[in-house]
Design a protein around this ligand. Sequence first.
Ligand code: HDE
Length: 704
Amino acid sequence: MKNNKQEDLNKNLSNPEGKKMTTNQGVKVNDTNNSLKAGERGATLLEDFILREKITHFDHERIPERIVHARGSGAHGYFELYESQEKYTKAAIFTDTSRKTPLFARFSTVAGSKGSADMARDVRGFAVKFYTQEGIFDLVGNNMPIFFIQDAMKFPDLIHSVKPEPDREIPQAQSAHDTFYDFVSLTPETLHNHIWVMSDRAIPRSLRMMEGFGIHTFRLVNKKGESHFVKFHWKPVLGVKSVTWDEAVKLHGADSDFHRRDLWEAIESGQYPEWELGIQVVPEEDEHKFDFDLLDPTKLIPEEMVPVQIIGKMTLNRNPDNFFAETEQVAFHPGHIVPGVDFTNDPLLQGRLFSYTDTQLSRLGSPNFHEIPINRPINEVSNNQRDAHMRMTINKGKTAYFPNSIGGGCPYLAKISEGGFTSYEERQDGRKVRARSESFNDHFSQPGIFYRSLEEWEKNHVIEAYSFELGKCTYDHIKQRMLWLINNIDEELAKKVAENLGMKIPKTVEKPINQAIGADADSKNYEPIKRKDYLKKSKALSQTHIKTNSITTRQIAFLVGDGFDSTQYIKMKKALEKENAVVKLVATHGGEVTCSKGEKHKVDAALLTVESVLFDALYIPGGKESIDALNEVAKAKKFINETLKHCKAIAVDGAGKELFEETFGKELKDDEAICIDKSPKEFIKAIGMHRNWKREPFAKTIPA
Ligand code: HDE
């Protein structure tokens, strides 16, 4: 792996050598360190235009952060199509296999502010801006296939409830608090997205190892004007992987930029993250064939019912040059579509179509946000819109209206055959109502399918997450409402959470829930639609559904002191690096360590400065002197301890096994991911497992 491009870090790329510093008005600057004063010890003079310009610019350096998805990371890349999808769509990005469409992707957490930590339990935003030759197409999705609410009208309520409580502004970037659970427990439509958030999907190992979903049902429209319903999926080539909650908590302190750094470093080292794009296509005539409504964004279409067809691949191959200019100023919008793609009446999507322009106006300050380089289409923009804040384009000529004859009639309108956009002519015919369709009313079936589809260890993590989050709530009536709702999803799940909370599952819930959900205020108890068990399980809902044993970019700590066994070290390092894993030498001290052959090796991190949670696996080579040195450092034991606790792969050779076996060896004889005096091949296989979850019952007995 290339190291941190040290030579580039030392250069100021936008001000190459030889260039003189100027003010923003182009005047050469002679002194940028001292303000203009009346004498060396005198008052500063107001006339100092250089000082005023520098400070004024600094004072205005921030723009309002995004209200949701404030914390994010972005990267450039491209999309390649495997096979033309012309039977479904006329969008050239999905029909022309010779194209390499440039794109910019941004991943984010939702609840926390810009400076919050990466590893919060949260949904992750997964937004992709395609710069197609027909204009910008934004796929603004999340890493979970459903959303919390069914109607845009409820979005401010949802977000207000999860954000820090307004009196004390506590807690930051966390859902485990009263107001969120007050809202969730009164709004059963949230339960499906909520159970996904309780799963390990909400604490990904890497942004590169999570799925992406467009969530809403969109339309694809072909040349003949025929429409198909479509759901978009991104499938990560590295598989779907998560960390444990204990690691997530510790990562907050060990590296609050864990995800950002991981994405950046993978791209810098040439290990480009990749996702395949999949589509689930439903013919128009099948719209009403499902046990749920395709327009309801709290429902997914199980892959068993409509398979995901893989149609292309996204590769991220370039980090941004400037975080602010690109990642901060990028303006996504689900309404940025191209001919061949269209909307449905999903009431959440319909509301989003309004919200994103509105938010860009307040965040970026002008309707000219499309002129910021990261937001500019690659094809030419030509219309009669003019002026406004920070206009970059210098439009020429007299005419800024249509129709005109003075300007030669330009710009002309495009016929449909020339790529002019026309909306799909869906028949609309209905009463003007403020209401929700009955078909949106089933809130328990899909959370149940999700839970049943998980592996045993995934289920345990869900139970723990509910218990943790509700355990943080201070009102009993909120916890009771939640238990009652969870019981409607799955009785076994509710029983275990109730046990952990030391509470009983209530048989009924009291009146407030009726009013809050808009049910008949006079009825005593809220009667929800009973869970429908139309599908027992769906394999794709478990994290394990994308099989991969790749150890590419996995971070492996080699724990050593002076005198470590050189032969074992070299053999293991070579084998791991051949598989594109990243080996980091973690030593009892910084600087250099000396191996058994007397050679010096550069230390990547002194034990003092790192935590085990930053690594995927641990190797301890032999060498008595090295092991003795490690034995002297309590942190070395903590490191091993935690690696074990988090079910990661560990290899020990020679004298290394003494250090290890002394504490744990006996209990772990048959552990598939513990390699004592085994070949590098075995260790690679163990790392490829990601975690040995079978160890978890034992791991729970290890003190944190
Ligand atoms: Fe967003 N959302 N959202 N959202 N959303 C924003 O737009 C909004 C929703 C999503 O990396 C904001 O530019 C409303 C669903 C992502 O810059 C804002 C509703 C999904 C991002 C906004 C939703 C998303 C945003 C804030 C309910 C998954 C980050 C800054 C109707 C399909 C994009 C901005 C980025 C950002 C509004 C619901 C995903 C306020 C009103 C559903 C990935 O406009």
